[in-house]
Design a protein around this ligand. Structure first.
Ligand SMILES: [Zn+2]
Length: 344
């Protein structure tokens, strides 16, 4: 019996060392250590042995079992390690390869231009004001000297939400709201940038949504020369020291007198070219002295207080500054267009 056990051990260990994969090891385990295996069979036959032999053979059988199991375990572990090594090698990452660059975004060109204008006016002591984009008829029109039925309303025919609520057609209601908060006494010195909406058909120079930036200064003894000084400082900072400005008479319902401001053409320097349509000047913005009715409606005594207001389109400023020829470029968000104006 002892010989039989030793023979079985030898056979089993040989098969373990010849096994080529984990499945092969499993087969050996089942074959030799299973309940129907030869070692179990040997143990079953122990009944025929003498009392003295029984424990010796029993111990030997257990030792043989243990050694076969150990051989199986250590070989299996080795195989698994090797398999892992092979897998790691196959999936290895080359850390010396260059990485994929992370695209860094930047502010939209309109955001940049509005911030640039804001900085200029903050430098001149103006504060920044904002207001709702869904506005009441009162603030959008009536408080600005545009009563119901006024023909100038047609030019801004807009997106109504109800009879009395609409998407604001200009940022002027922010002026009316700010004046209303000052109890007709405190001065106002503000600019208000923001989105506005009109029922315009989109083309190269029109968009149903665009931005405006308006300014308002109300105080005692405000004169037209103050307006001209502020606008001149703005134009030179934005477009260059060499640019001149001129004011032309115009009409707006909320200012009297009203003007349009032109700057001298950058391309021809004022002598006339195709960009300025031969005039030497390019229109930039509208402005004027605040209409006494507007002051009175906001609670100011128009005999004591006066003011000026101006309004510009940041799109137009950006188009003139950078030579952009289609307003739709600002809204179609073609990344190739926008990228050109990212500042580092
Ligand atoms: Zn020109």
């Amino acid at each position: 019996m002892k010989d039989r056990l030793q023979q079985l051990e030898q056979e089993a260990l040989e098969k373990v060392s010849n096994a080529e994969n984990v499945q092969g090891l499993k087969d050996v385990r089942v074959e030799y250590l299973g309940k129907k295996g030869p070692i179990t069979e040997v143990l079953r036959g122990m009944g025929k042995l003498s009392k003295e032999e029984r424990p010796v053979i029993g111990q030997l059988a257990n030792e043989v079992r243990e050694r076969i199991a150990q051989a199986l375990d250590s070989k299996q572990e080795r195989m698994e390690d090797e398999a892992l090594d092979r897998q790691l090698e196959a999936e290895s990452v080359d850390v010396t390869l260059p990485g994929r660059p992370v695209e860094v975004g930047g502010p939209h060109i309109l955001t940049s231009i509005v911030e640039e204008i804001e900085d200029m006016f903050i430098g001149m002591g103006f504060e920044i004001k904002e207001g709702p984009e869904v506005e009441t008829d009162y603030y959008n029109f009536e408080a600005l000297n545009l009563p119901k039925g006024h023909p100038a309303r047609d030019m801004q025919d807009s997106f109504y939400i109800t009879e009395e609520l609409l998407l604001r057609t200009h940022t002027s209601p922010v002026q009316a709201r700010t004046m209303g908060q000052r109890n007709g006494k405190e001065p106002v010195k503000m600019i208000c940038p923001g989105k506005v909406y009109r029922r315009d058909t989109d083309d190269a120079t029109h968009s149903h949504q665009f931005t405006q930036l308006e300014g308002l200064l109300v105080d005692e003894n405000v004169r037209m020369s103050d307006l001209k000084g502020v606008l001149n400082a703005f134009a030179k900072q934005m477009f260059g020291e060499e640019r001149d400005i001129r004011l032309r008479p115009s009409f707006f319902p909320f200012t009297e007198p009203s003007v349009e401001m032109d700057i001298s053409c950058k391309v021809c320097g004022g002598s006339g070219c195709s960009v300025c349509k031969g005039t030497g000047w390019i229109e930039i913005l509208g402005a004027g002295m605040v209409h006494p009715n507007v002051l009175e409606m906001a609670g100011y005594d128009s005999n004591v207080y006066s003011g000026f207001a101006f309004g510009m389109g940041p799109e137009r400023i950006a188009m003139l500054k950078y030579g952009i020829d289609d307003i739709r470029n600002f809204y179609t968000n073609d990344i190739r267009f926008l990228k050109q104006y990212h500042k580092a």
